[in-house]
Design a protein around this ligand. Structure first.
Ligand code: IPM
Ligand code: MN
Length: 352
């Protein structure tokens, strides 16, 4: 199969992890006779430096035409004080909005062999949940501003019925193929948007009598994710709460560097690790490439390439079981470099 993939290697550790991911994807292509065609496009800090815009039109047009987008991470401290709309992160938000990537899927995967989580092992045994985070609306995209004297600021949180319905459907569909449970996380005791979410999600649940729906306030959910993580199957939530809960959940998995995500819209899809650009590690060959590699595996699944996805995931599992891992998930003395991890996974796939 021919697939055109727009690649945004981004900032910080981005280029290093993307290089390993493409290497691994190419081994899958060789093994299964696919033709993955990559187009590198600019975004984030590099795009600001070269074109004065964190999300150039050229990049958007290229992404619109491709079969999928592989995105690493953006962000650079030198742009932290840029005006609104001109930070590297604004580029990412603009792309999500332009492609209408409303459904962000963040699986929380616990590899039993890893023991860098500060959480008791017995709590982690049955952890297997996915966060469905709304990605193109809410407080991230509502009107923002300041009063004239700059002393008052506001960010509106707005949701429409349609925006809630479309991700709600995706979450219930996913639950049908899993443990048949959806937990809606909100702040319905305070927020009007949360009340709208509850009304609409409750209505959708009538079409899914086999799926159990429950509700948690965000403050309680933050506790339950640590105390009773095995209770969750699909967590459905808005943009901001989903952002926070997904970082929190990485504590269960040993490292933020391991977690992938898929952002799905009606016509486009983007695959990106959930971590940031980790500028302190840039160029040191120590960053964990697995979050990005596992995002590529979600891309293969999106392409309908199930065998390919399985082999890639088996390769990642094998590298972890044999402790061929970067220093965030094993002891530093016995750790491997970013490149060595990529090489190991590539070889595993080619030798199957
Ligand atoms: C994420 C990131 C982004 C977000 C930032 C970089 C804008 O934290 O994907 O979780 O807040 O959505
Ligand atoms: Mn985040």
């Amino acid at each position: 199969m021919i697939k055109n993939i727009s690649v945004i290697e981004g900032d910080g550790i981005g280029p290093e992890i993307i290089q390993q991911t493409i290497k691994v994807l190419n081994s899958v292509a060789i093994k299964y006779d696919h033709d993955f065609r990559y187009q590198n496009v600019l975004a984030g800090s590099k795009a600001i430096d070269q074109l004065g815009n964190p999300m150039p039109e050229e990049t958007i047009n290229n992404c619109l035409k491709s079969d999928a987008i592989l995105f690493s991470c953006v962000g650079d401290p030198k742009h932290d004080h840029n005006p609104r709309g001109m930070r590297p992160e604004d580029g990412l938000l603009k792309l999500r909005k332009k492609m209408d990537l409303y459904c962000n899927i963040r699986p929380i995967i616990v590899f039993p062999k890893l023991n860098k989580s500060p959480i008791k092992k017995k709590l982690l045994k049955k952890v297997d949940f996915i966060i469905y985070r709304e990605l193109t609306s809410g407080i991230y995209f509502g009107k923002k501003g300041r009063s004239e004297n700059g002393e008052i600021a506001y960010d509106y949180c707005i949701y429409s019925k349609k925006e809630i319905e479309r991700i709600g459907e995706m979450a219930f569909q996913a639950a049908m193929n899993r443990k048949k449970k959806v937990t809606l996380v909100d702040k319905a005791n305070v927020l009007e948007t949360s009340r709208l979410w509850r009304e609409i999600i409750q209505k959708i649940s009538l079409d899914y009598p086999n799926v159990n729906l429950d509700f948690l306030y965000i403050d309680n959910a933050a506790v339950q994710i640590i105390m009773n993580p095995e209770k969750f199957d699909i967590i459905l939530t808005d943009n901001m709460f989903g952002d926070i809960l997904s970082d929190e959940s990485c504590v269960l998995t040993s490292s933020l560097g391991l977690l992938p995500s898929a952002s799905i819209g009606k016509y486009q899809a983007m695959f990106e690790p959930i971590h940031g650009s980790y500028p302190q590690a840039k160029g040191k060959n120590i960053a964990n490439p697995l979050g990005c590699i596992l995002s590529a595996s979600m891309m293969l699944e999106y392409f309908g390439m199930h065998k390919e996805k399985n082999i890639l995931e088996a390769a990642v599992k094998n590298s972890i079981e044999n402790k061929v891992c970067t220093q965030d998930i094993v002891n530093i003395e016995s750790s491997y470099t970013t490149e060595e991890v990529g090489n190991y996974i590539e070889k595993y796939i080619l030798n199957q």
